[in-house]
Design a protein around this ligand. Structure first.
Ligand code: ATP
Length: 354
């Protein structure tokens, strides 16, 4: 197992910067999610950690040792690829033991090790079956088996569930997490699915346009987004931004929103110009004296809650409210804000003001 420290990592392909000065640390045994939209640099970051791509600058430390320039073979990191890279003509046992055979392990040790791995993955009964006829789930397990059998220091997983249908994906994600908890191996997992990242990660690195926007626990990232990008990317429906022009003094504890003063957490930084109040839909409630008034343009019934969309002076605002409330499109409604849960942003830079 390993602690992996990434410091100011950068990757340039010619003139194009794929990863820009990124820093974060994966603690020993942690499950880290690299999350972001397509093309933001997740895979490139993963490949640099695994040693499949050399960084342009910056440092990768594994257990305190600088491995930035070392070849992949000397890093002892296993890549688990999206496609099940198995040998279809071999049976399950042969696929799993393959890395050990090439390392020259004895037959007895191999047998023992394969049995152990098969037990962990729950595939003892298919060891002699050819891989060709297996279900997608079993193939995943075999591919994982081949990765864990040589006990690498860490696992890199590049959207391994990407190609699967939603229900199966969820089941495999749970299995991955359970397996991780059983083995406690340091894992880096690439995904563009924010829900998957929230469910599975001990920590999340949110990337956008080659830049790390935020690094933290799922809770930190959801509750205290560092940027408007993160606030928007995480959560469904995503955070509302109520833009306003004004100034907020250092130490201020309310902002003027239309005709109302809305309490906000005390600002340690002052700011002026284009600002925005960020409010998650579930932190708004319909209330006749609420400051956010508008016409109801849509209601979406979700069983336990409903999402009401209001057309307001700040644009469309979504509130997630009690499903039993009787609201109809065309009516006028007002929403109150849970002022203990709002985030203030500088709309020009997109950064949260704390
Ligand atoms: P996806 O989710 O689509 O896989 P990603 O976040 O993993 O995206 P990367 O694969 O890291 O993104 O790619 C980041 C950017 O770097 C992309 O614009 C990609 O086209 C570019 N890129 C990646 N590898 C190379 C390369 N070998 N040469 C040139 N450009 C590259």
């Amino acid at each position: 197992m390993a602690r992996i420290e990434i410091r100011d990592l950068r990757k340039q392909f010619g003139d194009f910067t794929a990863v820009r000065e990124s820093s974060f640390t994966i603690e020993d045994g942690e499950f880290l999610m690299l999350l972001g939209p397509s093309g933001c640099g997740k895979t490139t970051t993963l490949r640099m950690i695994a040693g499949l791509e050399l960084p342009t600058s910056g440092t990768i430390l594994i257990d305190g040792e600088d491995v930035s320039r070392r070849p992949a073979s000397e890093r002892d990191i296993a890549m688990v690829f999206q496609m099940f890279a198995l040998y279809p003509h071999m049976n399950v046992r042969k696929n799993i033991q393959y890395p050990l055979v090439s390392q020259g392990w004895s037959r007895d040790r191999i047998k023992e090790k394969v049995a152990e791995v098969a037990r962990i993955l729950g595939i003892e009964d298919i060891l002699d079956r050819p891989v060709g006829g297996l279900s997608g789930g079993d193939r995943q397990r075999v591919a994982l088996g081949r990765a864990i059998v040589r006990e690498p220091k860490a696992f890199m997983m590049d959207e391994p569930l990407g190609a699967l249908d939603a229900e199966f994906r969820e089941r495999m994600a749970e299995e991955r997490r359970a397996l991780h908890d059983r083995m406690g191996a340091t894992t880096v997992y690439v995904t563009h699915d924010q829900l998957e990242a929230m469910q599975m990660g001990d920590k999340i690195v949110v990337m956008n346009n080659a830049v790390v926007e935020q690094f933290g626990t799922p809770r930190q990232i959801y509750d205290t987004p560092a940027t408007m990008f993160v606030a928007d990317f995480i959560g469904d429906p995503s955070m509302n931004f109520l833009p306003f022009e004004g100034s907020i003094a250092e130490g201020a504890s309310s902002v003027r929103l239309g005709e109302a003063d809305v309490a906000v957490p005390t600002a340690r930084e002052g700011a002026q110009g284009k600002l925005a109040l960020g409010v998650r839909p579930e932190h708004m409630d319909l209330s006749d004296d609420g400051p956010v008034r508008g016409r109801v343009v849509a209601t979406e019934y979700l069983g336990n809650t409903q999402v009401v969309t209001l057309d307001t002076a700040w644009g469309e605002v979504k509130a997630r409210v009690d499903a039993r409330l009787n609201v109809r499109p065309g009516e006028t409604a007002a929403a109150a804000i849970d002022s203990t849960r709002v985030t203030l942003f500088d709309d020009a830079t997109g950064r949260a003001l704390r």
